[in-house]
Structures are given as C-alpha cells and as structure tokens.
Design a protein around this ligand. Structure first.
Ligand code: APR
Length: 391
C-alpha cells in the first residue's frame, strides 16, 4: 500500500496532523495500536492554551469546545495559609480553556471519520524501514499478518512508550531525562468547582491541585510517593489531605463528593534531540514529556504539529523544504523554554523528601516573587497562557 504521510499514533498529535494535512489536500494514514473507545476515554490533560484554542477553532474544531469548554482567566496559589491569585488574562490579554484532552480526541476522531480518513485502530506499527533512503515504509500488524505501507514521510506521534523515537540511531540521538521523587494521585470526583479558578495548594505536607472537567465534575491531584498506589488512598484520606493542602481561611473550603476514579502518574521531564531523522519526524510525547504542572503536555504536542503541518504543506504545495529542514530546531527552541517553565514550577510547588530548610524557604520566596510582584506575575502568565509558535 502507499500514501503520502504515514502517521504512527492516534493521540491528539497524530489526529490533529492528519486533520491539518487533509485540509491541505495531502493524504495520510493513521495507525493506532489501541481501539477507538480506549483512545477516546483515556483521561489526560485538561487545559488548552489560547494558541491551541485558536488553532482548533480555525480548523473547524471549535464548536463543541466552545460549548463545553470552561474559559479561565486566573490561577489561585494557596500557600502560607492564604490565597494568592494571578490574573493571567489581565497580564497577557490571553485566556486558557479547561476542556479535557479526551474531548479534543473525540472531536478530532469525529472530524476525521466524517472526512473519510484512513484511520486504522487496533493496528500496531511494528517497524519503520528505509528512513534514510527515498522509500520509507511502515510495517504494521493487521488481521494477524505483517503488512507494509510505503510513504514519503513517517511521523512518530506514538507517545513516550512508542517505537518511533528509537528508530533514530543511538549514535545520533541525545536524550535528556529527569525523574522526580514523587507522583500525583489523580482523582475524578462528582463535585462542582468549589472556586472559579484552578487552585494550587503549595503546602509543606505536599502539593495539591483543584481543577475541573465540567460544571459538575472536579479533577483533583495530590502529591504522593512515586510508586504509590490508588488503593493506599481511602476517600477519607484523600479528602483530609486535600483540605489540609488547599483550604485557607480567606476562601470557601473544598466541597466533598463522590470519587469516581483514582490513578497514580509518575513525574518526569524528558526531551530527545533531534526530533527528525531522514524522513522520520517526531512530535508530541514521542519526543518530549513534561511534568503536568503548567499543563504543557497537550499544548506542546499541538505546537509541534502546527509547525509540522505548515512544513509538510510547503513541501507538497510549494516544493519548499525549508520549514521541514528547520522543524527540529524550531520545535526544540520552543520546547526547551516549555521544559524550563514546567520543571521550574514543578520544583517550586512540591515538597521534596529530605529537602533542607534553606531550600524550603527559597521555594517560598519563589512563590512570593511569582505571585507578589509585577514581573513575577507577568513571567508566569506569559508562559502559562502559551509562548508563541513559529509556524
Ligand atoms: N503503533 C501504533 N500506535 C501506537 C504505537 C505503535 N507502535 N505505540 C503507541 N501508539 C499510540 C498510543 O496507543 C497512543 O494512542 O500512540 C498514541 C500516542 O498518543 P499520546 O500518548 O496521547 O501522545 P500525543 O498524541 O503526543 O499527545 C500528548 O497525551 O499523554 C498525553 O500528557 C500527554 O497531554 C499529552 C498528550
């Protein structure tokens, strides 16, 4: 079989690229190892930068997002027993949108199927071949047999645990990695938002966050051990930890409710250089991971795809490879700033085991400066609402 662009992975990165290429009249095939239901129901990120909202709206994916999404203008940082709000919209003129990633994936799949896309679920890619030459191909399992798809370009959107990154030879590939000594217990609760803002609890007993997924559902997080397990956290233990880390005298207390889901995720910063090798291009989690503080995972995947979509359009429509040739450099330049912001916040708001008192006071000083001064508030807001994408 043959197509122009072979895409590995039907997460937000792979699906959005396929949608952007279709709008440019460029053919693509998306291979996804899991089933459609699984992909559409995976609970992941939930905050879209202004740039992501604008892009999705521009390419016909804004209707349901605008209807169900919840625009945000500020974040409430709780520390030292008090609330410290940053109004990032007042600082930058930009808002962000709470709209769950699985809803974005739902909207993308609907749009691709309506457009008659060649979207192959339950079809794992097993090998990439010919990436250095003129005839790259993707090998995949279908109906119990191994088959092959010839394409001009192979796009690795297969996430952190995919196979595409390792197709870049180890002699060429440089990986940067940092694993944090804690994880997050993620909780989905049938609770209306207790406050209008996403709320961060930067407490010495550990970090906590109150976010939401809809007017009746809250998404809450508790810092926990890196290898912690959901069964170690009874509902009582969860609510008392959330009250301890989030409640402050000058704001209404957290509202409790039925807990629907609990899961533990690890915390890591990761980046691979380069993001391109021959006809293989990596985008999204396949190339980089950020800790969830700062909500940059989905947004940086979208930023990569925005650049790559433009670059592939220039190749096929204008015969120019200038943007393709600078793809990796363009994305890495922005990604290192995103890594810096995400890792910096993660280090600022969590209590690290065995932390010295000096470092604890520096963390508090960082929070005071970030929320209590004009340059501090502007710097946070500029990063949180989204750095510019060169596309
Ligand atoms: N063949 C086909 N599909 C694969 C393979 C493979 N060998 N390996 C992985 N996949 C699929 C996964 O099943 C998944 O659906 O690739 C997809 C990768 O999607 P994501 O992990 O969501 O990555 P990405 O599209 O880059 O989106 C990044 O997702 O993980 C979150 O926090 C992350 O919000 C960020 C977003």
């Amino acid at each position: 079989e043959r197509t122009q662009v072979g895409i590995v992975g039907a997460g937000p990165a792979g699906l959005l690229l396929s949608h952007l290429l279709h709008r440019e009249g460029i053919a693509s095939v998306v291979f996804e190892s899991r089933g459609r239901d699984h992909v559409q129901q995976r609970l992941r990120a939930g905050v879209l930068e202004q740039g992501t909202v604008d892009l999705l709206s521009q390419v016909g994916l804004g209707e349901r997002m605008k209807r169900l999404g919840m625009p945000q203008t500020g974040i409430d940082f709780r520390f030292g027993g008090a609330s410290h709000r940053i109004d990032f919209t007042a600082e930058t003129g930009r808002t962000v949108m709470v709209y769950p990633q699985h809803e974005v994936v739902h909207d993308l799949i609907e749009a691709r199927i309506a457009a008659g896309a060649d979207l192959r679920f339950d079809t794992p890619v097993t090998r990439l071949a010919g990436l250095d030459g003129p005839a790259p191909s993707i090998e995949f399992d279908a109906d119990g047999a191994t088959r092959s798809m010839r394409c001009d370009f192979v796009i690795g959107c297969d996430g952190f645990h995919g196979i595409c990154r390792s197709a870049i030879p180890p002699t060429v590939r440089k990986e940067y990695d940092r694993i944090y000594p804690f994880g997050w217990l993620g909780i989905l609760a049938e609770v209306p938002p207790a406050a209008p803002d996403v709320t961060w609890g930067c407490h010495e007993s550990g970090f906590a966050m109150l976010s939401f997924r809809s007017p009746t559902r809250s998404r809450l997080y508790l810092q926990c051990e890196p290898d912690d397990r959901p069964e170690n956290w009874s509902d009582d233990r969860i609510w008392s930890a959330l009250h301890e880390r989030l409640d402050v005298a000058d704001m209404p207390p957290l509202i409790e409710g039925r807990i629907l889901q609990k899961s533990v995720t690890g915390m890591r910063s990761f980046l691979v250089e380069p993001m391109r090798h021959g006809s293989l291009f990596l985008a999204g989690d396949a190339a980089h991971i950020v800790p969830p503080t700062g909500a940059k995972g989905l947004n940086s995947a979208v930023a990569d795809i925005q650049v790559l979509g433009r670059a592939l359009a220039d190749h096929y429509r204008k015969g120019s490879d200038r943007m393709l040739d600078s793809y990796s450099e363009t994305c890495l330049r922005r990604m290192w700033l995103v890594q810096r912001f995400s890792a910096g916040l993660c280090t600022m708001v969590h209590s690290f085991p065995g932390q010295s008192d000096f470092i604890k006071r520096l963390q508090r000083a960082d929070l005071e400066y970030m929320t209590g001064t004009a340059p501090g508030r502007l710097a946070f807001s500029d990063n949180f609402t989204g750095l510019p994408v060169e596309a």
